[in-house]
Design a protein around this ligand. Structure first.
Ligand SMILES: [Zn+2]
Length: 325
């Protein structure tokens, strides 16, 4: 029997970096996580060149602790077409334009390396180790949290997407993090909800304290049946459903929609009826109108610890490329 291959997976996000070692046994339906290997690096508040130096030193140290066959890195930002270089990453300046395979990383040098976008990685993890068995399906995998990202999975092949930056309002819309105006993300993401909740309490003369998460309040109020919260989440559900219905009118054979991200996972029970109503009203394909015809389900790995979907996905990307058959 072949021994399990071990891969160091690294997830570079906006404020922190996560790393963990995975063991991939050929033929095992689930990845073996080694939680004792998990380490976190808080991005230092320093000029990019210095922050990069600290990050590389941390990575060298992590790599020196575990015997691995290779490593993989997923980044919350766009990559060059050849998947070797990170493009400009406004939220993670220290990693912009980097080519990680050229870094001096001690024990990781000359080990097989895979670089992936975070959503691409999450989708690869869903294909390889997901509970739904989607290898032969057409699937949308969207994450709705701070922003709204997503990928289309074409029978196992991952097509990166930018669903949150389709126009919801074509002219004079709200400003979006991407620099344009009127994107779905500006109206129906977790940060859009946080803004709306702050406005709600401000208008009542009781602003939400700066250090408090407004969406925590939204979830509690919805749970308690408060009408303002239910109405807000109904509106968000209608908007998210409209965005998905537009995709469905193009991708008529879609088998299922999977979602992840803190906002979507927490709020879905309150949003799903409105999402369904939107799809029913807008999709031209009757199969999409029912839960049997088009399941809308949480991804196998959501943000719930310790199943960081990006980290698991980075390991899956590496196994896809270099793993034992
Ligand atoms: Zn945008």
């Amino acid at each position: 029997m072949e021994r399990a291959q071990r891969v160091l997976a690294v997830d570079v996000g906006g404020t922190k970096v996560d790393a963990m070692v995975f063991a991939g046994d050929p033929g095992t339906p689930r990845p073996t996580l080694l939680p004792e290997t998990r380490q976190t690096f808080e991005t230092p508040d320093q000029p990019p060149a210095q922050a990069l130096g600290e990050f590389q030193a941390w990575l060298r140290d992590v790599a020196s602790q575990w015997e691995v066959d290779g490593w993989a890195m997923a980044v919350a930002g766009p990559l060059a077409e050849d998947h070797r270089q990170i493009l400009t990453s406004p939220n993670i300046p220290f990693i912009s334009h980097a080519r990680p395979e050229e870094w001096d990383l001690g024990l990781l040098a000359n080990r097989p390396f895979a670089l992936a976008n975070d959503l691409e990685a999450a989708a690869a993890g869903e294909v390889r180790w997901g509970r739904y068995g989607i290898a032969d399906e057409y699937v949308i995998l969207d994450t709705i949290s701070t922003g709204w990202g997503g990928a289309f999975i074409n029978r196992g092949e991952v097509w990166p997407g930018e669903p949150g930056h389709n126009p919801y309002v074509p002219v004079d819309g709200l400003p979006c993090g991407c620099g344009r105006f009127g994107c779905y993300e500006a109206y129906f993401s977790g940060s859009a909800a946080a803004r709306r909740v702050r406005e709600h309490f401000l208008a009542r003369g009781a602003p939400v304290p700066e250090d408090e998460d407004p969406n925590r309040r939204l979830a509690d109020a919805a749970q308690a049946g408060e009408l303002w919260a239910l109405a807000l989440l109904h509106e968000f559900g209608a908007g998210i459903g409209l965005g998905w219905a537009e995709s469905l009118n193009r991708l008529s054979r879609l088998h299922r929609i999977l979602y992840m991200g803190g906002f979507a996972v927490a709020m879905m029970p309150f949003m799903e009826p409105a999402i369904r109503a939107s799809i029913r009203a807008r999709s031209r394909f009757p199969r999409h109108w029912t839960a049997e015809g088009l399941p809308i389900q949480p991804a196998t790995y959501t943000q719930a610890e310790p199943f960081n979907p990006t980290l698991i996905g980075a390991a899956a990307v590496w196994m896809d490329r270099f793993g034992n058959p």
